[in-house]
Every structure is written in C-alpha cells, then in structure tokens.
Design a protein around this ligand. Structure first.
Ligand code: A2H
Length: 262
C-alpha cells in the first residue's frame, strides 16, 4: 500500500442459509424481511465472476451490524465504523457516536460462520458459495472478509487447496473447497489460471509461505492488469485495464456493492 487510503470495492454477499452455530446466535433477532450480507473488500472487481467461496478469519471477531431496517452487514467492528463515515450505507435513526453504539445483533468468531451459504454477485455459481476459514486474513485490513477467486489470487488458490486437502481438520465439507476453478483472464505469459500456474511453478506448499505468496501476488496482479484480457462477462474480449472500472461501475450501479476506503 502506498500513501493514502486504499480504494476497495465492497461486495454484498447475501446470506441464504446460516451455519447451525450462527443460526442459533441470531435466532429471533433479525426481522424476517431483512437481509444479511457478508461484505468482502476487493481490489479486483473484474474477477468477481470467479468467486468459489468467501473467507473469514476463524479466530477474528465479527459483528452483525444493523445498517438499516432492511439490511445487516457481517464484518469487523472497525470496518463497520469506517463505513458509517463513508456514505449512505448506514441509514439509522440514531447515527452512532462511537464504535460501541453500532447496533450489533451478535458478535461471533469467524469459525461460527463456516458453512454459511451466501449468494455471491456475478459469480458463475448461482446456487451460492460457502463461508470458509482462512488463517491468514488480517483483522486490521479491509472488512476482515475476503472473497475467494482461486483463478487469479495465489493466496486464495493456496488456501482452498489446503482446505480441500485437510477438510476434516478444518471441519468443512471437502466439496465446498473443490468447486471447479473458472478461467477469467487470459495472460500471454501465465495462461488463463495465473494463480494456479504461479503457485505450482514457485512450488508454494502452504498458505503460510508468505514470502513466496507475496511475490506470486505481485506478479499475478501486474500481469493480470497490464497484459490480461477478459474471457467472461459483459466485457469479454476487452483488456483488463479497460474492463476493471466498467465491472466496478456495474457492481456499484446494481447495488451489489459500494466503494470502501481503508
Ligand atoms: B483481493 P491490499 Cl482475484 N486480509 O480480492 C487478507 N487479505 C485481504 C483482506 C484481509 N483483511 N482484505 C482484503 N484482502 C485481499 C480478489 C483478489 C485480490 C484477486 C487477486 C489479488 C487480490 C479476490 N480475493 O489481492 O493489501 C483481497 O483479495 C492482492 C492484491 O489492500 C483484496 O483484493 O493491497 C486484497 O487482499 C487487498 O490487498
């Protein structure tokens, strides 16, 4: 990150079915006609077609915050508080005066949400994707929620491979981490699954290989942006450099997301 805040796109992933633990914690506390959303922050809106799951840090504390009568967000308290100041997302009668005045339905560790089924806007997986654990999520960055695009993010690819390998240890169903990875972007040097190619080529064995993953992330980001061509979506055939902002605008215009600075 350079000087000044990072301009993310926050995406709204609507809950379709809660994990048993989360269902128990919120029972009777959210009106029937309201929607709850997990809100990942991304720098790659043009890759949202390839979402296969959504990550939370299992040990990170999340809140379910009331945004309006009809909408609730799941994210870190820090992020919810930041959002209050960044637009009209919070539409409450009594604007909170400090973090502790945020209207909070429940506070739970990420682990409680694992298995929750959410609808990921633009994703090819229309029936929804699962909330899964990622140990390397930082509580201090973005919203603490990270949507998973294993075709283009080396971190995401390394994590789902680990989850599928040790599904029992992570207390997940193996198939949640084994959705087919969809090619989104063609690059001349690394093909159309750049994250998989880099992780294999650099022999990255674990999501904790942070030095190598940082290098892979850097290559994937630059190659994708400067040399990539979209293979899917409304801007298929266009350069990523041109499509990125167009996809972002679609997400913002449809109400499926909003700008978020951190
Ligand atoms: B990106 P920067 Cl396809 N902890 O979105 C760990 N990682 C986080 C995070 C947190 N609290 N909040 C956001 N992120 C991830 C897509 C993507 C991302 C692709 C490729 C690269 C990539 C799908 N995951 O990021 O440190 C989010 O993952 C690599 C740059 O603020 C977000 O964008 O620069 C990115 O890191 C923000 O990282």
């Amino acid at each position: 990150e350079g000087v000044g805040p990072t301009e993310y796109t926050a995406l709204k992933l609507k809950v379709k079915e809660w994990s048993p633990e989360a269902a128990k914690a919120i029972e009777g506390k959210i009106p029937q006609d309201a929607s709850v959303y997990f809100v990942p922050a991304t720098l790659r809106p043009e890759t949202m077609y390839g979402q296969t799951c959504c990550f939370v840090g299992p040990a990170i504390k999340y809140g379910i915050f009331k945004v309006s009568d009809k909408e609730y967000f799941v994210c870190t308290k820090r992020a919810a508080w930041n959002m209050c100041f960044q637009g009209k997302f919070f539409d409450l009668d009594n604007f909170p005066k400090d973090q502790d005045q945020l209207e909070t339905i429940a506070e739970l560790p990420g682990s409680a949400f694992v298995g929750t089924l959410v609808n990921a806007p633009l994703s090819m997986y229309k029936e929804g994707v699962r909330i899964l654990p990622m140990d390397t999520v930082l509580a201090t960055k973005g919203t603490g929620v990270v949507t998973c695009v294993p075709s283009d993010s080396p971190d995401d690819y390394a994590t789902i491979r680990e989850l599928a390998k040790k599904a029992e240890y992570y207390k997940i169903q193996k198939e949640w981490a084994e959705l087919e990875i969809i090619p989104l972007i063609e690059t001349p040097n690394y093909g159309n699954l750049i994250a998989k190619t880099l992780v294999e080529k650099m022999k990255i064995n674990s999501p904790k290989d942070d030095k190598q993953l940082a290098e892979a992330k850097d290559i994937a980001y630059k190659e994708g942006f400067y040399t990539g061509t979209m293979l899917v979506g409304d801007f298929a055939g266009e350069k990523v450099q041109d499509a990125k902002e167009k996809v972002r605008q679609q997400i913002l215009n449809s109400g499926d997301g909003f700008p978020f600075a951190d």
